[in-house]
Design a protein around this ligand. Structure first.
Ligand code: AMP
Length: 388
C-alpha cells in the first residue's frame, strides 16, 4: 500500500510517501517556514533532490503543494498517516480519523499545544481536500498507554490528577514500538526484556517486556527524563517555583529556558549538537567534557531504572541520531554499565551500517544492538493495518 506519512508542526510539515510492502520511499520532504516569510520545500523525488521556493501562508497551501509535488511520482496515494504528538487519555493505539477521534486530538491539545493543534488542522485539511482518501491518527503516546499504574501515576492529589489528566504519557512511542518489532524479528524471539534507547536531539528510554511498555523516561511532556540537545530533562520540580519567586522569571520564560536553552547547549556553552560538544571536549573544552559526562551518566542511570521496572534486562538497543551514529557515546554509556555486565566490542561498535546489528561481545551479560529507527514505516504499517 502506498501511504503518505505526514508529520505536521506549527510552522513545518514533513512528508514521506512510501510503499509498506517493500519499504521503498518514493518521495520525502519538509515544508519549512509555513506562515513566515521565505517559506520553501526541500524534497527528494524519485531519488532526485530539489528545493521549491513557494509562498505558504498556511498549512492548507502547504498540503496543496505537497500533493502537487507528489503528482511527479508514479505511486498513487492510497492512505494518509498522521503523526500526532499527544494522544492523551484517548488512544491506546492508532485510530482511523472520524469526527470523534479528530475531536479527541483537539481535546488533549493543551498537553502539547505547539503540535496537536497544527496536526489536527492538517488532518482536517486532508479530509476536506481529498475526501476519497482514508486518514489514520498515529499518536506518539499510544505505545505507553498501558504502562502499569505504578509507573504512570504521579503522587499528586487524586482530584487534581483526575480533573487535569496529569500523568506520565511518554513520547517517541512509535519509534520504541518499531524498535521492539525489529529486534524481536532480528533476534528470532530471543529478546524479552528490552531497553530501547532513543537518543536524538530529543531522547527517551523505554522498558519493553515482551512487546509491552513497562515504563519510559519522558513524562507528562517530552521535557522529562534525559538531558537532551536543548531540554534539561528531570529536575527537582521546586526549581520552577524557586526561579519564579526569586529570579522573577515568568512561567513562559522558565518554559522556554527549560525546553530551548538548556541541555547540552547550556552545559557546553557551545552547541546542542552532540558532534560539536564531543569535538569541543576533544579540543580540551572542560564545559563540553562535563556536558558529555552528564549525558552519559544520565543515560546509564535511567537505563538501570528501566531495567528495575522489568526486574531485569536482556537487550539494550541504541537508536536515533546519536544512538545510531555516535560510537563514542555508545561506548561511554556502555562503560558506565560495566557493573551490570555490559561489554561492547570496539570493532563492532565502529561499524557503520543502515542495518540492525549486534555490537556487544559474546560474553556480555546484556546484548547490545544498534537499530536504525523508522517511525514513518511504522506509521505507514498502521495505516495499512487499519485501512488496507
Ligand atoms: P535526531 O534528533 O534523531 O535527528 O538526532 C540528532 C542528534 O544526532 C544530534 O545531536 C547529532 O549530533 C546526532 N548525530 C547525527 N549524526 C551523527 C553522527 N554521524 N555522529 C554523531 N552524532 C550524530
Amino acid at each position: 500500500m502506498n501511504v503518505l506519512v505526514i508529520n505536521a508542526g506549527s510552522s513545518s510539515l514533513k512528508f514521506q510517501l512510501l510503499d509498506t510492502q517493500t519499504g521503498t520511499v518514493f518521495a520525502k520532504g519538509n515544508c519549512e517556514r509555513i506562515g513566515i516569510d521565505g517559506s520553501f520545500i526541500g524534497y527528494t523525488l524519485n531519488g532526485e533532490k530539489g528545493t521549491l521556493e513557494v509562498e505558504m501562508p498556511d498549512h492548507r497551501t502547504a498540503v496543496g503543494h505537497v500533493f502537487d509535488l507528489l503528482k511527479g511520482v508514479d505511486a498513487p496515494i492510497e492512505g494518509i498517516g498522521h503523526r500526532v504528538v499527544q494522544g492523551g487519555w484517548y488512544f491506546p493505539e492508532s485510530a482511523v480519523v472520524t469526527d470523534e477521534t479528530l475531536g479527541w486530538v483537539r481535546e488533549v491539545a493543551p498537553l502539547a499545544p505547539l503540535h496537536n493543534y497544527a496536526e489536527a488542522d492538517v488532518i482536517e485539511i486532508c479530509r476536506d481536500m481529498f475526501p476519497d482518501l482514508g486518514n489514520v491518527i498515529v499518536p506518539d503516546t499510544a505505545f505507553h498507554y498501558n504502562m502499569p499504574e505504578h509507573a504512570w501515576r504521579y503522587a499528586l492529589p487524586r482530584d487534581v490528577v483526575d480533573k487535569y489528566h496529569v500523568r506520565k504519557y511518554g513520547a517517541h512511542g512509535t519509534s520504541h514500538r518499531y524498535i521492539w518489532r525489529t529486534v524481536n524479528e532480528f533476534l528470532g524471539g530471543e529478546a524479552h526484556k528490552v531497553v530501547s534507547c532513543h537518543l536524538g536531539s530529543g531522547a527517551s528510554l523505554c522498558a519493553i517486556e515482551d512487546g509491552r511498555c513497562k515504563d519510559t523516561t519522558m513524562g507528562l511532556t517530552p521535557l522529562d527524563g534525559l538531558i537532551m540537545g536543548t531540554r534539561c530533562g528531570t529536575l527537582d520540580p521546586a526549581t520552577v517555583f524557586y526561579l519564579y519567586r526569586e529570579a522573577g522569571m515568568s512561567i513562559d520564560e522558565i518554559d522556554t529556558m527549560m525546553n530551548k536553552q538548556s541541555g547540552l547547549l547550556a552545559v557546553s556553552g557551545v552547541s546542542s549538537d552532540s558532534r560539536d560538544v564531543i569535538a569541543g571536549m576533544e579540543e580540551g573544552n572542560n564545559d563540553c567534557k562535563v556536558a558529555v559526562e552528564m549525558f552519559t551518566y544520565r543515560v546509564a542511570q535511567l537505563f538501570a531504572e528501566m531495567a528495575a521496572s522489568m526486574e531485569g534486562v536482556d537487550t539494550m538497543v541504541y537508536t536515533a541520531g546519536i544512538g545510531e551514529n555516535s560510537d563514542y557515546l555508545r561506548a561511554a554509556v556502555a562503560e558506565r554499565l560495566g557493573w551490570m555486565g555490559v561489554k561492547i566490542d570496539p570493532e563492532l561498535n565502529a561499524v557503520r551500517s543502515d542495518d540492525p546489528r549486534v555490537i556487544s561481545t559474546p560474553d556480555s551479560a546484556i546484548k547490545v544492538l544498534v537499530v536504525p529507527t523508522n517511525e514513518e514505516l511504522m506509521i505507514a504499517l498502521d495505516v495499512e493495518a487499519l485501512l488496507g
